[in-house]
Design a protein around this ligand. Structure first.
Ligand code: ADP
Length: 462
């Protein structure tokens, strides 16, 4: 890419230089030629008009006239008669006198035309003018003037030479600049490519040096932000896989141990039944855990189901109906105070999951004969859903961790209650997905309060 830019840059420079080397020079030459034409023709005319009035041209007559007009800084003057015979020639006055001078300019002038011709070389500009000498509308002879100018030719050649030298210098500088720019560009580009390759090989912590403020610097900064992000995701993924395997290992080890005991020991039927019962409980816990893990992984997918207005009081009632037997078993009272018209925009299944997890925790981590109170109300443009229990409570230093995956305050108690420490992290992610917030606080006199705030769905919002 950079080579293409450099080539285009060079091409444009070359075109500009070419233009500079032709147009102004042509213009200057044209100007000089015109001046020459005016001056040489003027001189020829002067000679021709000095001979007007003569009815016949003779060598002596012409010589007299031309000498009168001396110092015209002309290289050569030839005057011929009407037949082209030389009567006077400043260059070879004797030699050509009486000889025919059949120059094309003279022939044309004798036919009655004014002729001008100019030729230039680096050393000389030669201008020739031929005019007829008229008498009674008849050409009785011709004045032929030649002027050679080395000074102007040298001037033109000098300009041209200077232009060429300057152009070569410019072209050389542009070439050097192009080479340097292409080299720097490729070096920085290959640094970026190398960095991409390193990260592709799995070195996610790789950081590029962002040592400039130009586009490359910005690219390096963006690249570093990207690798940071990948690094965080990767760490989280590893942590999650290791936590998940650890959590699955514990019940699996218990099941293996109990199965071994049943197979190897000579147990009575009652003990065997107890062991098998425990195996069943562990298996149930495993399947609950895998179900939640599945749910967690699905949470990261883009859901295709559309969002819809969900009436929260309806979902809470459904959850309470399901939890009723569990609560009643331990004498726990389920109380609710719910306002109407608390609607949010979400997916019904997710909302059910949020309410169920929080309400189930309120029962699971409650004392026997305790109370779980659920409040639902609107506040400005939000809906507040509150779970108040007077259970075991969560120590202050643990509260900031409980939304982390696999975090359990009291492992023994959680395991006993069939928990795996995933529920609250699912709830947290789901609430955030719908633009809400979740917080936890302690209640006076023991117990825990979970407060979820969702944006209120207002009529016609969809
Ligand atoms: P689990 O499946 O273990 O219940 P959660 O993610 O739902 O996992 O909860 C994480 C931990 O937070 C639980 O193990 C428990 O120690 C604590 N916890 C959650 N809810 C409550 C509550 N209402 N009262 C006391 N402790 C709670």
């Amino acid at each position: 890419m950079q080579l293409r830019y450099a080539a285009a840059y060079l091409l444009v420079t070359m075109l500009v230089l070419l233009l500079l080397n032709t147009y102004p020079l042509d213009f200057a030459r044209d100007l000089v030629f015109r001046t020459k034409e005016a001056s040489v023709m003027g001189k020829a005319e002067m000679v021709a008009s000095a001979m007007k009035g003569l009815d016949r041209l003779t060598s002596e007559g012409v010589e007299q006239v031309v000498q009168l007009l001396n110092d015209m800084s002309i290289s050569r003057i030839i005057v011929t008669d009407d037949a082209g015979m030389s009567l006077y020639d400043t260059a070879y006055s004797d030699n050509t006198k009486g000889h025919y001078t059949i120059y094309p300019e003279i022939v044309s002038a004798l036919e009655g035309n004014d002729v001008f011709y100019i030729r230039s070389s680096p050393t000389e500009i030669e201008s020739r003018a031929a005019l007829p000498v008229m008498y009674r509308r008849m050409a009785i002879g011709c004045v032929y003037v030649v002027e050679k100018d080395a000074e102007q030719a040298a001037l033109l050649a000098g300009i041209s030479r200077n232009m060429r030298n300057i152009s070569q210098l410019i072209l050389l500088s542009v070439l050097v600049v192009c080479i340097v720019v292409v080299f720097l560009f490729s070096r920085r580009m290959s640094r970026i490519l190398d960095a991409i390759r390193v990260v592709r090989e799995g070195e996610y912590s790789y950081q590029m040096a962002a040592d400039s403020n130009d586009e490359f610097g910005i690219l390096a900064q963006e690249f570093n932000a990207l690798t940071n992000r990948i690094q965080t995701t990767e760490t989280m993924r590893r942590q999650f896989v290791s936590d998940a395997s650890h959590e699955l290992k514990t019940p699996l080890a218990a099941i293996a141990l109990m199965t071994d005991s049943v197979l190897q020991n000579d147990m009575d039927k009652q003990t065997i039944l107890e062991f098998v019962g425990d195996i069943g409980t562990e298996t149930e816990r495993l399947s609950r855990m895998t179900a939640k893990l599945l749910q967690l992984s699905r949470l990261e997918e883009v859901r295709s189901a559309p969002m819809e207005p969900v009436l929260l009081s309806g979902t809470v009632e459904k959850v309470l109906r399901i939890l009723w037997p569990l609560a009643e078993e331990r004498g726990i009272r389920l109380v609710n105070h719910m306002e109407d018209h608390c609607v949010i925009l979400a997916r019904e299944d997710d909302v059910y999951e949020i309410v169920f997890n929080l309400a189930e925790n309120g029962v699971k981590y409650n004392h026997d004969n305790g109370t779980l109170e659920i409040l639902l109300y609107r506040e400005d443009h939000s809906v507040v859903l509150m779970f108040n229990d007077n259970g075991v409570g969560i120590p202050e230093e643990e509260r900031e961790h409980i939304f982390e995956r696999f975090y359990r305050v009291d492992k023994a108690r959680s395991r006993e209650a069939g928990g795996a420490g995933i529920g609250l992290s699912i709830v947290h992610d789901m609430v955030e997905k719908y633009g809400g917030t979740i917080s936890v606080s302690a209640r006076d006199g023991g117990g825990t309060r979970f407060t979820v705030v969702f944006p209120l769905y207002e009529e016609g919002e969809l």
